[in-house]
Design a binder for this molecule. Structure first.
Ligand SMILES: Nc1ncnc2c1ncn2[C@@H]1O[C@H](COP(=O)(O)OP(=O)(O)OP(=O)(O)O)[C@@H](O)[C@H]1O
Ligand SMILES: [Mg+2]
Length: 231
């Protein structure tokens, strides 16, 4: 087996007759963290939905560990270890924080859960609160912890930092890097340049539904991405 975890070829898709994501091709290695940047509305979330299975592809192939998963739905892909924390509605407002986390079936006593609770002590303090009563930033932390606790081969995070305070964003970055060192791969759609600088082994910039530029991690990464976003 190669070190390539996820291989995407000619992936296109969108909503009804409207094609948003066009002919996307990339691959991701074991333990690799790839960020996905791009202006509002360019198709980042749509690409994440196509990868998670919550939106069926129109064309293309998605292979996980050399097995074609393109025809599988989101639940089936989750079983194959594609975990995701998508941008909208990933937390159920009517359930408590504890119940939201328990949905993974993996929120038990484990070093990974202990690490997440250590990084984000607010989670345990809010265990019995209905998620609908949390702040937007707190809901993002619940969604992040659930996706991380799933412990998938590949984890898709869509704008995990929206509304999250800076020290918690930095802790998210630390947890992602620790997990990546253990061989997990991540795709993170993100606008926060500090997080991108902290975690990215590479950063794709998306435009009009296409992956336009790939930048490897470098001291100049922020400058390259900003320049691309301004054009
Ligand atoms: N459910 C939907 N039905 C129809 N069109 C949609 C739907 N969701 C998104 N779109 C359209 O698809 C395009 C890409 O949206 P998408 O949410 O993928 O962008 P994004 O890059 O994630 O933006 P943001 O940075 O604001 O999160 C937009 O033009 C949007 O209006
Ligand atoms: Mg989005």
């Amino acid at each position: 087996m190669s070190d390539k975890i996820l291989d995407v070829k000619g992936l296109s898709g969108g909503y009804g007759d409207i094609t948003i994501v066009r002919d996307v091709n990339f691959s991701i290695g074991k333990g690799e963290v790839v960020c996905l940047a791009g202006r509002n509305g360019v198709g980042k979330t749509t690409l994440m939905k196509l990868l998670s299975g919550s939106l069926p592809p129109v064309t293309g192939q998605i292979s996980l560990n050399e097995n074609d998963v393109s025809g599988l739905n989101a639940f089936e892909r989750q079983q194959k270890q594609i975990s995701h924390g998508l941008q909208e509605q990933s937390v159920f407002g009517g359930l408590t924080v504890r119940d939201n986390l328990s949905l993974t079936g993996k929120w038990g006593k484990s070093p990974l859960v202990d690490r997440l609770l250590e990084a984000f002590p607010i989670i345990e303090k809010r265990y019995d609160v209905q998620a609908g009563k949390l702040s937007g930033g707190e809901r993002k932390l619940v969604s992040f912890c659930r996706a991380l606790a799933e412990n998938g081969l590949i984890t898709l995070l869509d704008e995990p930092t929206e509304g999250v305070q800076p020290e918690n964003i930095e802790r998210m970055g630390e947890v992602i890097l620790e997990q990546a060192k253990q061989g997990r791969s991540f795709i993170v759609a993100e606008q926060n340049l500090s997080l991108i600088e902290q975690i990215a082994h590479a950063c794709w910039v998306m435009d009009h539904g296409e992956l336009k530029s790939l930048y490897p991690s470098s001291p100049d990464l922020r400058g390259y991405v900003v320049k691309d976003l301004l054009i």
